[in-house]
Design a protein. Sequence first.
Length: 307
Amino acid sequence: MRFAYVLATVAALTGCDIGKITVNTTSKVLLRAQPSLQQEADYEMARQAIPGALKTVEGFWIVDPDNERLIKILTEGYCQYGTAFVEDDWEVAKFKKDIDAIEYHNNRSTKIFTRCLNYALKTLGGRWQKEIFHDDMSKVTKLIADTGKGKRFPLMFAGAALGSIINHNLTRIELIAYLPTVQAILERVVEIDTKKGAPANKAHAALPYVALGMIHTARGKAMGGDPDKGKAMFEMALKVTDNKFLLARTLMAYRVGLANNDRKFFHDQLKIVLETPPSVWPEQRLANEVAHRKARRYLSHEKDLFQ
């Protein structure tokens, strides 16, 4: 009887995909370990570590493409890698006015944020994959309205990723046409948070406000932008993070300062950033290190930006 049981057990295991079983267990550990990179204090160490970590996770995902934990890690990971590192190289090239480097990093940013978008769409489902780029905006609006709190995470990153793709392809009119979609997605995330409650992760609660702040400050008032509304969005991001999200203040200083040609605001806000230690928010230490890095860069170009 015992021998028959052993044979039955072996037969059952033979029919299982051992790789998927292993990945399923590993994905639980990876999700719990994810904060270690967000808490990293060494910018260069993170820059070198994250690509390998993402490709390792992506390898696990190839084995188990339906693993929601892996898709979640990859969605956030690619968007954060693009924002913290790829766009940093692009920004350096912009200040140097290195046309070839700007184009190279625009292309690379597009590819990285497209990965983030694609993973977000996997979680959002087939309807999103079919309708997000529909020519009829009323269908897109309904698609967004029909998406609730359960899809808040991929919805947020889909909006952020698409917005970043547009930002790196400003000469492509067909992509700029999707800017209203980005804004509608992010406003839906804010609506969900207002009605259903913001996520416990304060960085995730702040992200839609930061992204909306970027949209409203992309142009000055004379060109149809709304720097005041953008400032209010950045301030909301600071409010929900107890003023600990230094990247929100850095971007507010730069974007609102330039849009309003307000050098004092620009300088004073960046000074506050640099006077606040990145360790003020240990859970988001890397983001705060990025904020310091950007703040120093912007201040070093202050005279050129406000001639």
